[in-house]
Design a protein around this ligand. Structure first.
Ligand code: S3P
Length: 166
């Protein structure tokens, strides 16, 4: 059984996921990083050269490959867009949604954009648009919902563990 962290870009899935994995004594896997290694290409280049739809299929494959393991997985923000992924993660483990306001996502992303969906865009306006398209999927897929605004990663990882133990 895996622990899947979902949420928008900049919600802290990788930072919190690493801490959570340490506390659960479980390996950590960043799904985007896994895809980059497997395809020997950066996410930016995959979007640029192959397009978003191609990337979404790589996400489906990557999730299938790690189905039977026991890892903490930081999923890419768009993982919940495909119904196959939503089904897969909710039936294969615990799904934790890291919820954040668009203004805090915006603040966190300003220092490290490097996200193809936000290239050359007004970041906050784009985040609002993406959130409105996706929020239903995040809520529907999550078993545990954690509000992240103003809370540090250490505390967040402890809160997740408490909820997992309930
Ligand atoms: C995406 C989020 C990114 C990455 C890709 C697309 C999205 O991951 O998978 O740029 O559609 O929200 P992070 O959520 O880790 O930034």
């Amino acid at each position: 059984m895996n622990y899947y962290l979902i949420g928008m870009m900049g919600s802290g899935k990788s930072t919190v996921g690493k801490l959570l994995a340490k506390k659960l004594k479980t390996p950590f896997l960043d799904l985007d990083h896994y895809i980059e290694l497997k395809n020997k290409m950066s996410i930016q280049d995959i979007f640029k050269e192959k397009g978003e739809n191609y990337f979404r299929e790589l996400e489906v494959d990557a999730l299938s490959n790690i189905e039977g393991s026991k890892v903490v997985v930081a999923c890419g923000g768009g993982i919940i867009l495909d119904h196959r992924n939503r089904k897969k993660i909710s039936s294969n483990g615990k799904v934790v949604f890291l919820k954040a306001s668009t203004s805090s996502l915006n603040n966190r992303l300003l220092s490290n954009i490097n996200r193809p969906l936000l290239n050359d865009k007004n970041i906050e306006a784009e985040l609002i648009k993406i959130w409105n398209q996706r929020k239903k999927y995040y809520y529907d897929t999550a078993e545990i919902i954690i509000n992240t605004d103003g809370i540090n990663p250490e505390t967040l990882s402890n809160q997740i563990i408490e909820k997992l133990n309930e």
